[in-house]
Design a protein around this ligand. Structure first.
Ligand code: NAD
Length: 498
């Protein structure tokens, strides 16, 4: 069996190695998972939730270990690992433990408004798919992987998690955590490996939850279509930020700097392009540039040591560099940054680019690095047009002191999530759906849909009254035409009489 070495992108140090599992191992794991599923379902929401709540406490008690594990394989800053990877999981464990019963308990729906079923008991029931295959990317090794396992398990499924080959260690720690917190064996398993392991996992799954690039997302959906299983995709983005002339420019500039540089820009909902109305453009650019010039970058050495971390995935460094070079070749100007820094670790300087337009890859394709391109626009109409001129539709933000106007603009943007005067914090609102439009995905995480997607619905119709014959049975069925017409008139015709 081949193995993958895991390195620390900020130092180049090898921090671990994991096996690449293949189809044979995956079928054994799937069989074990399926055997564990009925017992797990039997535990009920309360029993499953108790384990998640214990895990929430475990995470808080072991916060330092979790943060250091994430940093060791991503080279991100202490704050990035703490806020997102640790913070999200702590929140999500508690949220789904508490809210799963609300979203998944049986629902009674009315029967009185339909003559065909009046008097019957109508129930919607949510039944788990069985084995959910969760496949994750490398930028948030806990959030976009383990984070999706939590609602899947709370719904009564068993899961096999295939973390990115670049960052598998955090997922193994999550498995260790759940085992210590009493998770029955095989309810969650981690299948380390590369794309071939992911493909083998889909072949064994009853449902797929995938987070990663749009390109791989297409292959995943094809494989799921062959098996005819549900498949949910959280893919790439090219999130626009629209700054109106009446915005609080200080707040907007700070937000542009922070939310384009957090996690070194390796965030699907990062600020990837900014459009600023002409009257405030110069001031905005000056504030953002000053902010970004002051950032400290390097290998993290504890809390508060650096502001911008490493580039996690080696080829990403080339993509970021190519986007900046393409923009410069087409007339853009780099105001700060603009170079790779490879000295043991892999870094790309925090970069601001101006004089950009939509002929440049930097404004059209996902850059996924610490680079913020800023474009001057004549008015917000042009901004809306340019924001929507993208194959992606993950997230966007609008900046204005007139929040009603901001909301009206937000509703015109082709994106699954839009913030007015904020960025990314919507991801922390676990009762708010989060998912992409267009090439950014299918389905959503969080909210009711974020857990119901891990279930099949079953409709139950229960008739408890004892008429031996009625209009849906012989002999009345033969002559029911007039009777039915009267029924329909009674039920549906009343509003139209007068
Ligand atoms: P990727 O598509 O290269 O890989 C993602 C995962 O898919 C990895 O675990 C990989 O091993 C696996 N994989 C590769 N080929 C496969 C196949 N044929 N079948 C099954 N699995 C396969 O993505 P990445 O480079 O790891 O992650 C970065 C991308 O993820 C960016 O585009 C980013 O925007 C996106 N992302 C999206 C969200 C979101 O919520 N929308 C969140 C985080 C990251």
């Amino acid at each position: 069996m081949s193995t993958i070495q895991v390195d620390n992108p900020a130092t180049g140090e090898i921090v671990g190695s994991v096996p690449v599992l293949g189809s044979e191992q995956l079928s054994v794991m799937a069989a074990r998972a399926r055997a564990a599923q009925p017992g797990w379902l039997e535990l009920g929401f309360k029993g499953r939730g108790a384990i998640m709540s214990r895990a929430q406490k475990w995470m808080l008690d072991n916060a330092e270990r979790v943060i250091q594990t994430v940093i060791s394989e991503t080279g991100k800053t202490y704050e990035d690992a703490q806020l997102t990877d640790l913070g999200y999981a702590v929140m999500a464990l508690g949220f789904w433990a508490k809210e799963a019963p609300k979203y998944l308990s049986d629902e009674r729906v009315p029967s009185w408004n339909n003559p065909a079923v009046v008097g019957r008991k109508l129930i919607v029931r949510y039944a788990p798919h069985g084995l959910v295959g969760v496949i994750g990317p490398w930028n948030f090794p806990i959030v976009n992987g383990f984070g999706d396992c939590i609602p899947a398990m709370m719904a009564g499924n068993v899961v096999i998690l295939k973390p990115s080959e670049v960052t598998p260690l955090s997922s193994l720690l999550m498995l260790e955590m759940l085992s210590e917190c009493g998770l029955p064996a095989d309810v969650m398993q981690v299948a380390t490996g590369d794309g071939s392991t992911g493909a083998a996992l889909i072949a064994e799954s009853d449902c797929v939850m995938f987070t990663g690039s749009t390109r791989t997302g297409r292959a995943v959906m094809k494989a799921a279509a062959e098996k005819l299983i549900p498949c949910y995709l959280e893919l790439g983005g090219k999130d626009p930020m629209l700054v109106c002339a009446d915005a609080d420019i200080g707040r907007a500039a700070n937000a542009a700097a922070y939310w384009s540089m957090n996690n070194a820009g390796q965030v699907c909902i990062s600020v990837e392009r900014v459009y600023v109305e002409a009257p405030v453009y110069d001031q905005f650019v000056q504030l953002v540039t000053a902010n970004i010039e002051s950032l400290r970058q390097g290998a993290p050495d504890g809390a508060g040591s650096v502001d911008v971390g490493a580039v996690i995935f080696p080829p990403q460094l080339e993509i970021v560099d190519a986007h900046v070079k393409d923009a410069v070749a087409k007339g853009a100007r780099v105001l700060t940054g603009g170079h790779s820094k490879v000295d043991g670790g892999r870094f790309y300087e925090p970069t601001v680019v101006v004089d950009v337009d939509h002929t440049m890859d930097l404004m059209r394709e996902e850059t996924f690095g610490p680079v913020v391109p800023i474009m001057k626009i004549a008015d917000i109409e042009q901004g809306v047009r340019l924001a929507n001129d993208s194959p992606y539709g993950l997230q966007a933000s609008v900046w204005t002191k007139d929040t009603a106007h901001g909301e009206a603009i937000a509703r015109r943007l082709e994106a699954g999530a839009v913030c007015v005067n904020d960025v990314q914090v919507n991801y922390q609102a676990l009762n708010l759906p989060m998912g992409g439009w267009k090439s950014s995905g299918i389905g959503s995480r969080h909210g009711a849909g974020g857990i119901r997607k891990y279930c099949k619905t079953q409709s139950l119709l229960i008739t408890s009254f004892g008429f031996k014959r009625e209009i849906f049975m012989f002999p009345y069925a033969r002559g029911r035409t007039m009777l039915l017409q009267r029924f329909y008139k009674f039920f549906y015709g009343r509003g139209k009489r007068g």
